[in-house]
Ligand binder design. Structure first.
Ligand code: SF4
Length: 185
């Protein structure tokens, strides 16, 4: 009879001699499946820092069920730091903030406002400030068509495509010069 390879022999020995024999296994353990079984995996990027670790986002029935490190990535090779590992909770989290806090000029307290209200307010203020600080020519009469009254400071969550759109809208569209961002792959 041919000899089994060493690994197979060890597995057989484990089953035969280790713990109670036969090993007691409940039906729920026997039928347990990985939580990502049957889910579609989409490659994404961790939203937190400039390392830019690649993630696999697992979706089942239209909902994200898990987010893990992508083994194919040369950056993180399947790993994620504790913050990146918690990305799932960024999406599925009953405590996620869905409003903003607003403190009116000269007020001593904050009030809660909906996001749509905040978006409108930001748009209004950008328009007001741009109109008030628009400069067509500089002190030497050179054509500049810009505003120095508004700046944009981005975080590492923004990827190349988003930064491209920010630069296109804010600089080419609105004439904002002061735009900065944390580097990101
Ligand atoms: S997993 Fe950690 S190190 Fe990687 S991008 Fe996210 S926050 Fe940065």
């Amino acid at each position: 009879m041919p000899r089994l390879p060493a690994v197979a022999r060890n597995v057989r020995n484990l089953r035969t001699y280790v713990g109670r024999v036969p090993n007691p296994i409940t039906d729920s353990t026997r039928n347990a499946q990985a939580r990502i079984r049957g889910a579609d995996a989409t490659v994404s990027v961790c939203p937190y820092c400039a390392v830019g670790c690649s993630q696999l986002v697992y979706v089942k029935n239209g909902r994200i069920v898990d987010i893990e490190g992508n083994y194919d990535s040369p950056i993180n090779g399947g790993t994620l730091c504790p913050k990146g590992s918690a990305t799932y909770a960024l999406i599925e989290n009953p405590l996620r903030l869905t409003t903003v806090k607003y403190r009116a000029p000269y007020s001593d307290h904050w009030v809660e406002k909906p996001l749509d209200w905040a978006m409108e307010r930001i748009a209004e203020r950008v328009k007001q400030t741009r109109d008030a600080t628009w400069q067509q020519r500089d002190a030497e009469g050179r054509l500049v068509n810009h505003t120095l009254g508004i700046g944009h400071f981005g975080g590492a969550t923004l990827d190349n495509e988003e930064n491209y759109l920010i630069k296109k809208l804010f600089t080419a569209g609105l004439g904002i010069v002061c735009i900065e961002n944390q580097a990101r792959i």
